[in-house]
Design a protein around this ligand. Structure first.
Ligand SMILES: Cc1cc2nc3c(=O)[nH]c(=O)nc-3n(C[C@H](O)[C@H](O)[C@H](O)COP(=O)(O)OP(=O)(O)OC[C@H]3O[C@@H](n4cnc5c(N)ncnc54)[C@H](O)[C@@H]3O)c2cc1C
Length: 413
C-alpha cells in the first residue's frame, strides 16, 4: 500500500482523524490502513448516527455492535486473530475515529473491547473458545463490572462476595454504574474471595447474563446508553467461571484499566475534534458586527487554543499507546493521556457551545450532545484526581537528584 495516498489531507475517508498524525514515527502502515477502514466504515454508515435514533439508545447500541462485528472491526477479539489490530495504537485510533462519528459507535466498540480484554489476556482456552468468537462477531455483548456503590475510585474496597460452595462459587452483591447492563450477554465481575486483605482478596468471574439471581436495575445518565446496576443475589457459578487465578482479580482489573485509560483519552480527542470542526465552520460563516465571528480576536484565540489542545492531547495519546505497544512502563503515560485529553476535550466542547451562543444549547444538536457526552470521560475508568495520584506517584526523584547534582550543586545546601 502506498502510504502517501492514505495520509493525504485531501482523503475524505480519514474524516475525523488528523491524517498528518498518522505519518509520525509512532505509527506503522497497518495503523494507517486501519484508520482508513474505520473512517470509511463510519462514513458509509451515516444513517446509524442520524437523529432521532430509530430505536432506544440501548437497543441501537446493540445494532451498532452487530454492524461493527459484520465489518470485521472487532475481529481482533477473536482467539485465533493474528493479533496486531488489538494493539493500543489501533484501539486508540479506532476510538478516536468512532467517537468523532458518534458516541454510541465509540461506546459499542470500547465496552466490547474492555470486557473481552480480560478474557483475551487471562482466559483459559475453554473460556476464550466459549466467549471470544461471539464477542468478535458482535453477536455476543460483554460488560466489565468492577465498580460498586461504595467502591468506585477505591476498587480495593469491593464488597461483592464470592463464597465457595462445592467446586464452585455463589456471588452476592451489587456492581454499580455498569455500561451495557441489561443488554450484555456476559459480565466480567470483580468479587471478594478473601485470599487476603483488600486488593489481595479479589477474583474475577465471568457471569452469563441468564444465570439465575442476576438482576439489572437500569440507570439513566445525561448521555443515554445501555447502563445500570448489576444485582447478584445467590448467583451460582461453576469453577470454570473463575477468570485467571483466585485472588488475582484486582491485578486483572487494574491491568485492563491501565490499558484502556489512554483509549478514553483517544475518544476524548475524537469528541473534541468534532466540536472544533463545528466551531470553525460556524464562526467562519456567522455574520456579526458587519464581519464574521471568526474575525474577532478573542474568538481567533479560542480557536487557536482548541487546536493546541487537540494537538497536545493527540500526541500524548499516541505516546502512551506507543509505550504500551513496546511494553515499556506505560501506566504513567496512560494516566497522563487520559487526564490531559479528557480535561482538554471538556474545555474544547465548552468553548464550542459558547461560540454557537443559544443555538449551541438546542436539544439533540451536535453541540448539545457533545456537551452531555464528554462529561463522563473525566470520571469513568479513574477520575482526573485519580490520574493525578498515579502520575504524582510515578515521578522520578532519582532522576531529579541526578540532574540536580550536575546543575544545582552550588545552590543547594
Ligand atoms: C458513563 C460511565 C460509565 C461507567 N462504566 C462503568 C463500567 O462499565 N464498569 C464499571 O465497573 N464501572 C463503570 N463506571 C463507574 C466508574 O468507574 C466510577 O464512577 C469511577 O471509578 C468513580 O467512582 P465513583 O463514581 O464511585 O466516585 P468516587 O470514587 O466516590 O469518587 C468521587 C469523586 O471523588 C474524587 N476522588 C476520588 N478519588 C480521589 C483521589 N484519589 N484524590 C482526590 N480526589 C478523589 C473525584 O473527584 C471523584 O470524581 C462508569 C461510570 C460512568 C460515569
Amino acid at each position: 500500500m502506498e502510504k502517501g495516498s492514505l495520509l493525504s489531507t485531501e482523503r475524505p475517508t480519514l474524516a475525523g482523524l488528523d491524517p498528518a498524525m498518522l505519518g509520525l514515527p509512532f505509527y506503522e502502515d497497518r495503523h494507517a490502513e486501519l484508520a482508513e477502514r474505520v473512517t470509511a466504515w463510519t462514513a458509509r454508515h451515516a444513517e446509524l448516527w442520524r437523529r432521532p435514533l430509530p430505536s432506544p439508545p440501548a437497543e441501537h447500541g446493540r445494532t451498532v455492535l452487530r454492524e461493527l462485528g459484520d465489518a470485521g472491526l472487532l475481529a481482533f477479539l477473536h482467539p485465533a486473530a493474528p493479533g496486531t489490530d488489538g494493539d493500543l495504537r489501533s484501539l486508540c485510533l479506532a476510538r478516536e475515529a468512532l467517537a468523532y462519528a458518534d458516541d454510541l459507535a465509540d461506546f459499542a466498540f470500547s465496552i466490547q473491547a474492555l470486557s473481552a480484554t480480560p478474557i483475551l489476556r487471562h482466559g483459559s482456552p475453554a473460556q476464550r473458545e466459549r466467549f471470544l468468537p461471539g464477542l468478535a462477531a458482535g453477536t455476543l455483548q460483554g460488560a466489565f463490572a468492577v465498580s460498586e456503590p461504595q467502591a468506585g475510585s477505591d476498587l480495593a474496597a469491593a464488597a461483592t462476595r464470592a463464597t465457595r460452595e462445592g467446586d464452585g462459587f455463589v456471588l452476592d452483591g451489587v456492581k454499580a454504574w455498569i455500561a451495557n447492563a441489561g443488554t450484555a450477554d456476559v459480565y466480567a465481575v470483580l468479587a471478594r474471595t478473601g485470599e487476603g486483605a483488600a486488593a489481595l482478596g479479589l477474583s474475577m468471574f465471568l457471569v452469563p447474563a441468564d444465570t439465575p439471581g442476576v438482576r439489572i436495575e437500569p440507570a439513566d445518565l445525561v448521555a443515554p446508553r445501555a447502563f445500570g446496576h448489576l444485582h447478584l443475589d445467590g448467583v451460582r457459578l461453576g469453577a470454570d467461571a473463575l477468570l485467571g487465578r483466585s485472588g488475582g482479580g484486582f491485578a486483572i482489573a487494574l491491568e485492563v484499566l491501565d490499558r484502556f485509560r489512554m483509549t478514553v483519552g483517544a475518544a476524548a480527542v475524537g469528541f473534541a475534534r468534532r466540536a472544533a470542526h463545528s466551531a470553525l465552520r460556524h464562526t467562519r460563516s456567522r455574520a456579526i458586527y458587519g464581519s464574521r465571528l471568526s474575525d474577532l480576536g478573542t474568538v481567533r484565540a479560542a480557536l487557536a487554543d482548541m487546536d493546541v489542545r487537540l494537538n497536545a492531547a493527540g500526541l500524548l495519546v499516541a505516546r502512551a499507546a506507543w509505550e504500551a505497544d513496546r511494553e515499556s512502563r506505560y501506566q504513567k503515560h496512560s494516566a497522563i493521556a487520559k487526564l490531559y485529553a479528557t480535561e482538554a476535550a471538556q474545555s474544547v466542547v465548552d468553548d464550542c457551545v459558547q461560540m454557537f451562543g443559544a443555538a449551541g444549547l438546542v436539544a439533540d444538536t451536535i453541540t448539545e450532545r457533545l456537551y452531555r457526552q464528554i462529561r463522563s470521560l473525566r470520571i469513568y475508568e479513574g477520575a482526573s484526581e485519580v490520574q493525578r495520584d498515579v502520575i504524582a506517584g510515578s515521578l522520578d526523584l532519582r532522576r531529579a537528584q541526578q540532574c540536580g547534582a550536575i546543575f544545582d550543586v552550588d545552590r543547594e545546601s
